[in-house]
Design a protein around this ligand. Structure first.
Ligand code: GLU
Length: 314
């Protein structure tokens, strides 16, 4: 059975980009007769307080985008919050440490920026490997001054996969990414590790998410391989951009549900998003169930989608 998921990071009220993500994940799984798991990605507890998660769930329910497994359903709410799942991440990290694949990194943000070249097209930097080969005594010295982050050694090897929407994607981990973080210096586990551990533990077979995470996928595939886990199928969809071409963020108030609710219905929001995503030509207000008949990945564009100046007349 297809098991999809919503994996929002509740660092504010959801905006049209987050809603499109959940809509596509829901449609893609349900069209195959599958189900949806809701996992709250609140590893960064300072940025993702509980009240935002609560609001996010209310928003999803208002939109008619329910889930089949997750908080509010089976009385095990805590187990769907990443902040409560750190033991699992510890266990995975230990497995990798035992194999000698993890090392401490003492670089400061400024050092990382100065040493990490070349910068990639997507703005991410490639880790230069500064702390990769420190001796035991160098590590000891540095640890007196600063608690280290932990990085995974990556091989000079290509990782490729067939994205369900974007097609073939390949990256050489050493050249295009460098050794990547598993845990930050403040002890917070990195998204890459947590997402792999959780998607596997929750039996997720299909991941639908924005194209900004396409380049994370080779790192995640490497982790799946090392941890001996089965990866899901990935579908990356184009990002929704603000009318001026910037990436939509929680700061774009008029794209936030906060601004829309009370002026437009849930069906209007979904109808317009489905129109922008290419599979609902009329743009008529629609429920997720109504959109199931029309949804097809083939009609979703490959290039980023710019929001019009006025999506709704409010
Ligand atoms: N929590 C991430 C976000 O809200 C999504 C991660 C994923 O889908 O893999 O952007």
């Amino acid at each position: 059975m297809t098991v999809g998921r919503f994996a929002p990071s509740p660092s504010g009220r959801i905006h049209l980009g987050n809603i499109l993500c959940c809509l596509l994940a829901w449609l893609s799984a349900k069209q195959k007769g599958g189900k949806i798991v809701l996992r709250i990605e609140d590893l960064d507890t300072a940025r993702c307080p509980r009240r935002y998660a609560q609001q996010m769930m209310e928003d999803l329910l208002w939109l008619g985008l329910g889930w089949d497994e997750g908080p509010l359903l089976d009385g095990r709410d805590e187990s769907y919050f990443q902040s409560q799942r750190t033991e699992l991440y510890h266990a995975a990290l230990e497995q990798l440490e035992r194999r000698g694949l993890v090392y401490p990194c003492f670089c400061t943000r400024a050092e990382l920026h100065a040493a990490s070249a070349p910068h990639r097209e997507d703005g991410q930097t490639v880790y230069a490997g500064t702390c990769r080969n420190l001796s035991a005594s160098q590590r000891e010295e540095r640890a007196k001054l600063r608690s280290p982050a932990l990085r995974l050694r990556v091989p000079d090897k290509e990782f490729s996969f067939m994205d369900g929407h974007m097609g073939h994607y390949v990256e050489n981990l050493e050249r295009d990414c460098g050794d990547f973080l598993l845990r930050r210096s403040d002890g917070m586990f990195a998204y890459q590790l947590a997402v792999v551990v959780d998607d596997a533990a929750m039996g997720i077979t299909e991941v639908v998410r924005g194209a900004d995470l396409l380049s994370s996928t080779p790192r995640q595939l490497y982790l799946y391989q090392l941890l001996n886990l089965t990866p899901p199928t990935f579908y990356h969809f184009p990002l929704l951009l603000a009318p001026d071409g910037r990436r939509l963020s929680k700061r774009d108030a008029d794209a936030g549900l906060e601004h829309l609710q009370g002026h437009v219905s849930a069906k209007e929001v979904l109808g317009k998003l489905a129109y922008l995503a290419g599979f609902h030509p009329s743009g008529e207000p629609s429920s997720p169930e109504e959109l199931l008949k029309e949804f097809s990945w083939e009609n979703v564009p490959l290039k980023d989608i710019r929001l019009p100046e006025k999506l709704f007349s409010i």
